[in-house]
Ligand binder design. Sequence first.
Ligand SMILES: Cc1cc2nc3c(=O)[nH]c(=O)nc-3n(C[C@H](O)[C@H](O)[C@H](O)COP(=O)(O)OP(=O)(O)OC[C@H]3O[C@@H](n4cnc5c(N)ncnc54)[C@H](O)[C@@H]3O)c2cc1C
Length: 420
Amino acid sequence: MAEMSVIVVGAGIIGLSVAYEALQSGAVVTIIDRDPEGDKASFGNAGGIAVTEVIPASVPGLWKKVPFWVLDPLGPLALRVRHMPHLFPWLWSFAKVGTASELRRISGALAQINSRVYDDLVPLFNKVGLANDLVRKGALTVYESESGLRRDRPEWDAKRAFGVETQELSASQVRDMEPALGPIVKNGVFMPQWSHVSDPKKVVDVLRNWLAANGAEIFSGQVDRLTPRTDGAAVTLDGGRTLWAEKIVIAAGAWSAQLARQLGDRVLLESERGYNTTIASPGVALEREVIFAERKFVATPLSIGLRIGGLAEFGGLRAAPNFRRSEALVTLAKLYLPGIKEEGGVAWSGHRPATPDSLPVIGRSGPSPHVIYAFGHGHLGLTQGPTTGKIVGDLLFGRQPCLNVECISVARFSQKGRRL
Ligand SMILES: Cc1cc2nc3c(=O)[nH]c(=O)nc-3n(C[C@H](O)[C@H](O)[C@H](O)COP(=O)(O)OP(=O)(O)OC[C@H]3O[C@@H](n4cnc5c(N)ncnc54)[C@H](O)[C@@H]3O)c2cc1C
């Protein structure tokens, strides 16, 4: 039997993980990206393998906090006024899923995906030469007040109900683990299942190079048009060139909705821009990723320096980044890491592909079964990349998917029985 041909649009962590799986299953794989080696969300993220993150962004009562977050110049949320009319349908769905029953349903779906992460990620890392780039030392969430931890207890209880392991720590226990943290930290929660990578850009670079060396063709080009056919589907690049394959996978991150729309699939997908600063010689050392609960940012000790990141800015894909937000994150970090030196910090920003229900979109296009979607991973794309590859591999080859894909299908956005 002839080998199946597969085109993957997008060379971020999701597209590359899908390409890896397709190649492993014997497909002829072509990856198309407008800039395969260029900057993308998958390069500059916080590097966390955040398997314990099973609570969606929209939770009951969130709306009470939003005005305070938006008005605080160091707050975790930013909205660009000009983008608000476009954002409205997404926000409406986001609000709609902020109920107790939706929280349980969505958390269950996230827990289902995250419970598989190491089963898929570790073999991939071992195979491509990244075995030493996964740092399995857990992560620490820290609080600056007793009341902060008390307020979050229901969330920790919910996580534990989904199999997340946690260990509450006093201030001195926190500082035994991370001596660089200052007196502002009053207590914390250790999550042993979390891990981080040495450098997200290295992960993507190594994986892409491995794929190229093992038979995948990597093409530079902007996909402008997607055309379903009875025997597969075709993509047309910006120069007019057309490429056909039996199966096409759309893994174009925050840009994927535009392509899905061409096929008639409705998707609510927004850019949730995040920012960070990476300091090569920060003058302080952390052993593991630290999550600052009240201020909603993180610090990850990467091989290239300490990365301080966070923020959710909704301004669309075209708005220019506001790097004052990267600087604001360093200002916050100084409160917790008194010895930190900010000289030489490199600011970065990237587009998280965000859905209103915090679940990715993985599965076949409604109108075109030869097109498969793999996007919308929001805060968890690095974490869920290899598992997404596994699910898509199953769909490509007609195997029973390794987990229940109904809740992550594009059908949840469609008119019939619409949830979102
Ligand atoms: C600040 C920040 C911190 C984060 N921290 C974490 C973390 O700790 N852990 C975690 O798991 N996740 C994290 N994430 C999320 C994670 O980075 C993303 O979910 C993930 O990188 C998305 O990967 P992707 O492959 O879908 O998209 P991308 O990495 O954006 O790749 C999409 C690719 O598609 C290409 N493309 C788009 N449209 C077209 C087109 N029409 N034609 C050709 N090519 C096209 C683009 O050029 C791009 O290369 C973070 C994100 C940010 C911004």
